[in-house]
Write a protein that binds this ligand. Structure first.
Ligand SMILES: Cc1ncc(COP(=O)(O)O)c(C=O)c1O
Length: 399
């Protein structure tokens, strides 16, 4: 049986006609740059994320880049982030001439560990001379990533940032609509930091048919600045008080996303129930015993923390941990089961960051994750038979 990692055709089939109609409307409107479709989507996403402003941009990567540009991050500045994410998270820091400083991840969620963050900030405050010594006043932003569709521990992270007046930029590329129990309330990904960055890359829970992204913020002046930076920093047109770029969201993509948007929560739910079913099947197969065993299943750490929390994890990826992961991958490939490693090399060991001076052993949790994590198919249209085939295959191999 073939079980692809993601089945875009299955999602497309029932929406195809509406998508073609939406594209035709844009074609006939002749509004090909920004315009009403982009505005409509921005309003929709702002409401969905519970923020005042949303600015459509060209990709999730550009959402991160323009957010750092809006904070005037430049050569000599420091931005703290996780060593374990998609490359864009760290790449944008380096592209602005700033220095990424990494803080290890929590071994359960793979998200930035607030305790490690505190340690790093305390060292900087005390001026401790370590291998990565940097003064606190150089730290211009912290980027937590909500990896796989579950939020980083934002209450702790924002508290640490706030006491030191450091802006927080959420990398919510994999986490649109995710809820987090913030004190007595529930907050959505992208609404807790100064800015939130989203991606509409086709494999995301809300994916377009090309590239697209969005920046969210509650800060009006940041919202204004993002809109200006998105058009080369010109306002009025051809008068530039700042240097921006072409970071505009394509209205064709906005129109496609608007067709898909009404189904988003339903897709989140389908992914959640697929995850629950995998968990049960792994348990029944004797592979996962309360999260221990040959396979470590992903944990929903905020589930049930407040009665109303529903989308604590949207499973953009269902990521297990398994020993001898690469041999398991070979086996799954033979069984025609799609799988992927997000991500095989942590940032501190990437060749392009060698000049930062990190070495193996600097971030043990990120390194462990890089050698053990494995993403299995979790898309909403995945069938029970396909899931059973994945688990039965793994059972035969591992037992
Ligand atoms: C965590 C994370 N950050 C940033 C990005 C960049 O988004 P995009 O591919 O839309 O540029 C992605 C998506 O690929 C991502 O998963």
């Amino acid at each position: 049986m073939n079980v692809p990692l993601l089945d875009i055709k299955a999602q497309l089939a029932p929406l195809r006609e509406d998508i073609l109609k939406a594209i035709t409307e844009v074609v006939d409107s002749t509004r090909y740059i920004l315009g009403p479709k982009v505005t409509e989507l921005e309003e929709q996403i702002a409401a969905y994320c519970g923020v005042k402003h949303a600015v459509g941009v060209s990709s999730g990567t550009d959402a991160l880049l323009i957010s750092l540009m809006a904070l005037d991050i430049k050569l000599g500045d420091v931005v703290i982030t996780t060593p374990y994410s998609f490359f864009a998270t760290a790449g944008v820091i380096a592209r602005l001439g700033a220095t990424p400083v990494f803080v290890d991840i929590d071994p359960i969620t793979c998200n930035l560990d607030p305790e490690q963050l505190q340690k790093t900030l305390d060292e900087a405050t005390a001026g401790v001379i370590t291998k990565k010594a940097f003064p606190l006043d150089k730290v211009k932003a912290i980027i937590p990533v909500h990896l796989y569709g579950q939020c980083a521990d934002m209450q702790k992270i924002t508290a640490l940032a706030q006491t030191r007046s450091i802006p927080v930029v959420e990398d919510a590329a994999q986490a649109i609509g995710v809820e987090y129990p913030f004190g007595d309330t529930i907050k959505k990904a992208g609404s807790m930091g100064h800015m939130g960055c989203f991606s509409f890359f086709p494999s995301k829970n809300l994916g377009c048919m090309g590239d697209g992204g969005m920046v969210t913020t509650n800060d009006e002046s940041l919202g204004d600045k993002l809109r200006i930076l998105r058009v080369h920093g010109g306002k009025p047109k051809y008068y530039h008080s700042m240097v921006g770029g072409n970071f505009r969201l394509d209205p064709m993509q906005a129109a496609i996303i608007m067709v898909k948007y009404p189904f988003l929560n339903q897709w989140h739910k389908a992914r959640q129930s697929n995850a629950t079913r995998y968990n049960q099947l792994f348990q029944e197969a004797g592979l996962s015993d309360n999260g221990e065993g040959k396979i470590k299943i992903p944990k929903r750490i905020y589930q049930g923390q407040t009665p109303d929390i529903e989308y604590d994890h949207i499973f953009n990826q269902y990521v297990i941990r398994v020993k001898e992961r690469d041999r398991v991958r070979e086996f799954l490939k033979k069984k025609d089961i799609g799988n992927e490693v997000y991500y095989p090399v942590p940032f501190h060991l990437q060749k392009c960051f060698a000049s930062l001076g990190y070495t193996l052993g600097d971030f043990p949790e990120a390194e462990k994750a890089a050698s053990r994590t494995l993403a299995l198919p979790i898309y909403p249209e995945l069938t029970d038979e396909q899931q059973s085939y994945v688990v039965d295959s793994l059972k035969n191999y591992l037992n």
